[in-house]
Design a protein. Structure first.
Length: 99
């Protein structure tokens, strides 16, 4: 949960107290919004939380694709593979590596 009292700071304040804010980022897992002249300019986040966010985005994309496919909005795999072979100039009868 975002905490407006703690998670919005000026860039100047962040520079003055970087170690303290780094600890806050690691402890809370929440991003820190840094302002310049009172305007939000930068979002800083610890690496673990960022990785979790990337994984959540990928999972959401997968779920969205599955939902679309379930509604008949996808394309047959053979059609997509044929298109890829054409783009890469791979003959349809080409053997797969290791086969």
């Amino acid at each position: 949960m975002f905490d407006i009292r703690k998670d919005i700071q000026s860039l100047t304040e962040f520079k003055r107290n970087t170690a303290e804010y780094m600890e806050q980022l690691k402890t809370t897992g929440r991003p820190l919004i840094l302002t310049v002249n009172g305007k939000a300019e930068i979002i800083v986040q610890d690496a673990d939380s960022y990785q979790e966010m990337l994984e959540a985005i990928e999972e959401a994309r997968t779920l969205r694709a599955l939902a679309r496919a379930g509604k008949g909005k996808g394309r047959p795999a053979q059609e997509v593979l044929r298109e890829i072979r054409e783009i890469l100039n791979i003959p349809a009868d080409a053997k797969r590596p290791g086969k």
